[in-house]
Ligand binder design. Sequence first.
Ligand code: BTN
Length: 245
Amino acid sequence: FGKRIFFFKSIKSTMDYAKKIAERDEPEGTVIIADYQSHGRGRFGRIWKSEPGKNILMSIILRPTIPLEKFSILPFLFSVSVAEAIEKNTNLKITTKWPNDLLINNRKFCGILMEASITADKGDFVILGIGINVNQSEFPKEIQDYATSLYLSTGKVYDRAELTKDILRQIEVDYEKLNKDRDFKSVIERWKKRCTMLGQKITVIQSGKTITGKAIDIDETGFLLLEDETSKIIKLSSGDVTVVK
Ligand code: BTN
């Protein structure tokens, strides 16, 4: 990955640029990196804010060979790859939060966004977006209790280029392995080892509805299995989770 890199000092969103060039046959593994995004986005169309010069903001073009119905595993795989690469570079313990957040001491510092384009003529492709708070020292008031950065967690300033290189190396290894061995189970196992939410009482907000129950498991495609008050098992594909204290 990263044989071809497009770098922007400022861009609306690396997701849009990646999509545009992927539609024009840009090969798998091309990476779009930005120093700042004016319209960075997160899941559910939320805004992903960044400070110039402080974060890692990138999108990777993928043309997976795994079956379409398994694409949902990819953000889980990349979460684990990023977590491992960051642990190697820091002494931090990184945990996962369903579906695709990475946390340090329960605060989010990395979000992963997958957007798939399924086209009959041009072939399927996936844009995988990764946003990492690296050297950011301040956050907007609304999120300052929930967000963190590597700098705030360790007091150290990190070389973003070095970190990016290590992350790309790790995700390339993991992604190629998955395309070959298709061991979806072990991806979820690795992800679950880092997850602190399983077995706990949680609430999930999905399409404006709040569901409360016990987080039982994450299945092979990344669905969350929740046991509600009537002991019924509910399968969720996405949502916002809060652990009930
Ligand atoms: C989330 O947690 O909601 C996902 C956040 C993903 C943010 C990254 S930053 C690089 C790429 N470009 C974007 O506009 N979003 C993703």
